[in-house]
Design a protein around this ligand. Structure first.
Ligand code: Z5A
Length: 213
């Protein structure tokens, strides 16, 4: 598939890293550059995928098998890709997606202990070679992010995990970034809001000028 100038941009990070907060900054950068974009999220992005999101995030007494979690994440992704992401990219629209498959490697892989080879097989089946062009990873110490998430209110099924789980998730994300240095930009999300926004603007301006230049 050839896509005009459309970019597939993903945003990743642990709990309370500031992804949602900084989406507005990224959107402003795209608007200033005159780029037509669509903002979406995972798990979710279509009515069916949002239902799967609820299944994944709802607190429950029943233990959820890691493979069930993995398959739900990819079921939602298959629907999202077919209904939203591929049509947008094919129409030349940049896609800005809050979380994608790096989250699966971090949460179900590093967090839950599922082997990367298993995730890679599903990735190939569902994505047919599609990878993000750019991934902004909001990285910060786990305790800082959890404290921010807790102050915000109710915790979902993932946010109620133990500290060690989030440490593995963080390491999983950083491992993904070192495996894909061209694609990843790491944002130091432990800084204050203004400093984080300024890093995001610098990254977006540099990366957009490379793509459009
Ligand atoms: N998941 C999965 O397991 N497998 C998969 O394949 C996928 C996902 C795709 C839903 O994600 C869950 O799905 C996720 C992994 C799993 N785990 N959880 N939970 P989500 O993205 O919807 O939810 P989230 O990770 O919980 O997002 P979040 O906690 O909302 O984080 P955030 O968007 O990065 O943070 P925020 O809302 O922008 O900021 C949190 C608070 O901190 C807020 O009050 C801000 O005002 C404050 N904040 C933000 N930045 C700063 C700075 N710099 N200083 C001070 N305060 C700040």
């Amino acid at each position: 598939m050839r896509r005009k100038q459309a970019q597939f941009i993903t945003i990743e990070g642990g709990e309370g890293a500031g992804k949602s907060t900084n989406i507005a900054v990224i959107q402003a950068c795209l608007q200033t550059a005159g780029i037509d974009y669509l903002h979406t999220r995972e798990p979710g992005g279509t009515p069916l995928a949002e239902e799967i999101r609820n299944l994944l995030l709802t607190q429950r007494t029943e233990q959820v098998a890691p493979d069930a979690e993995l398959l739900m994440a990819f079921a939602a992704r298959a629907q999202h890709l077919n209904q939203v992401i591929w049509p947008a990219l094919e129409a030349g629209t940049t896609v800005l997606c809050d979380r994608f498959t790096d989250a699966t490697f971090a949460y179900q892989g590093a967090g839950r202990g599922i082997e990367d080879t298993k995730i890679t097989q599903l990735e190939q089946l569902v994505q047919q070679g599609l990878q993000p062009d750019l991934t902004l990873l909001f990285d910060l110490p786990v305790e800082v992010g959890l404290e921010r998430a807790r102050q915000r209110g109710d915790l979902d099924r993932f946010e109620s995990e133990q500290l060690a789980f989030f440490e593995r998730v963080r390491e999983g994300y950083l491992a993904r970034a070192s495996l894909n240095p061209q694609r990843f930009e790491i944002i130091d999300a432990s800084q204050d809001l203004a400093a984080v926004a300024s890093q995001v603007r610098e990254v977006m301006s540099r990366r957009l000028s490379q793509t459009n230049g």
